[in-house]
Design a binder for this molecule. Structure first.
Ligand code: UDP
Length: 314
């Protein structure tokens, strides 16, 4: 009998890649999404398949799914700074009420539950690189607070269900990830820089560009999540590529890859923008035998084709 999985946020960037991964692995896949930031385009190739089902639903409302479930991946949430600036209440609600509903469903179905958490739980970190035992430096009332605190609450709720209701749970802390199906206009650095470079528009680097990030190619992330869901690890695990780069260097790298002659312009740094970010992945290596296999340049070249197609469509 094929196992059955529910993926909340399944029509989003990461959710849809997870739908693909589990479908290819022979699972019956239920994709749930309210299409606030997700898109049916991301799952159009799956929609007619018999082991695939799409449910249009907002997980902040009671979640009803008929039949058995073996695994729930809770990925529903706005996830880019522009999205949570525009949808602060929805971001807080999906992280809190949505996580509570998804955990309640896991309890009823006796399903394993995996929470998509984020490197944002570390805030503007005072420890570098960030390992899972670091508690973070988050401004609860800043504009990013709605996402950071919702995810911190979601982690606390997940651990409470694990400890109190004995649910099998895992928590993945996802670092900046990129690849096909990212929205061209989600405001994040990578799609923005690609769009600007490919259209010959100025590249907008915020601040002086000395802040760092570490970018993970989507296939590597999906593999890490797949392994974590199979494991018994309940405490959070970082999944990310430790290759760290400043945003200015990154802008130049995208100019080079796209062979663009766009100019770089500097704009004001948003509040609470983390100055540094790099995952310590010793735990993922130890517990999941996972480490990234796609280096940044290779991943960016693969992703460029997707952005070229997207630009041609608009
Ligand atoms: N950034 C930038 N120009 C842009 C968009 C983002 O310089 O047009 C910067 C942003 O301030 C941050 C970094 O790039 O320092 C990564 O931003 P992103 O929104 O991709 O994600 P974050 O890691 O901040 O959540």
């Amino acid at each position: 009998m094929a196992k059955r999985i529910l993926i909340t946020g399944g029509a989003g960037f990461l959710g849809s890649h997870l739908c693909d991964r589990y479908y290819e692995d022979g699972w019956k896949v239920i994709c749930m999404d309210n299409l606030l930031t997700g898109s049916k385009n991301n799952i159009s190739h799956l929609i007619e398949k018999d082991r695939f089902e799409f449910i249009h639903h907002d997980v902040t409302q009671f979640i009803k799914v008929d039949g058995d479930l073996d695994l729930i991946l809770h990925f529903a949430s706005p996830a880019s700074p522009i999205d949570y600036l525009e949808m602060p209440i929805q971001t807080l609600k999906v992280g809190s009420l949505g996580t509570h509903n998804a955990l309640g469903l896991a309890k009823t179905k006796k399903a394993k539950f995996l929470l998509a958490s984020t490197s944002e739980v570390y805030g503007d970190p005072l420890q570098h690189p960030q390992n899972e035992s670091y508690w973070g430096n988050v401004n609860p009332t800043g504009f990013r607070g709605v996402y950071d605190e919702a995810k911190r609450f979601a982690e606390a709720m997940t651990m409470a269900y694990h400890r109190f209701h004995d649910i099998d749970t895992s928590i993945v802390r996802i670092f900046n990830t990129y690849g096909s199906r990212m929205r061209l206009k989600d405001g994040r650095a990578l799609p923005t820089f690609f769009r600007q470079a490919l259209k010959g528009e100025p590249i907008t680097v915020f601040g002086d560009g000395s802040q760092t990030r570490s970018f993970t190619y989507v296939d590597d992330l999906i593999e890490g999540i797949f392994r974590l869901a199979e494991s018994d690890e309940a405490e959070p695990v970082n999944i990310g590529n430790p290759e760290e780069i400043t945003i200015l260097e990154f802008a130049n790298e995208i100019l080079e890859i796209t062979e663009s002659d766009s100019k770089i312009i500097f704009e004001e740094l948003p509040d609470d923008d983390p100055k540094i970010r790099q995952p310590d992945i010793s735990k993922a290596k130890r517990v999941l035998n996972w480490s990234p296999t796609v280096n940044r340049r290779e991943g960016l070249v693969k992703t460029m084709d997707y952005f070229k197609e997207q630009i041609a469509l608009v």
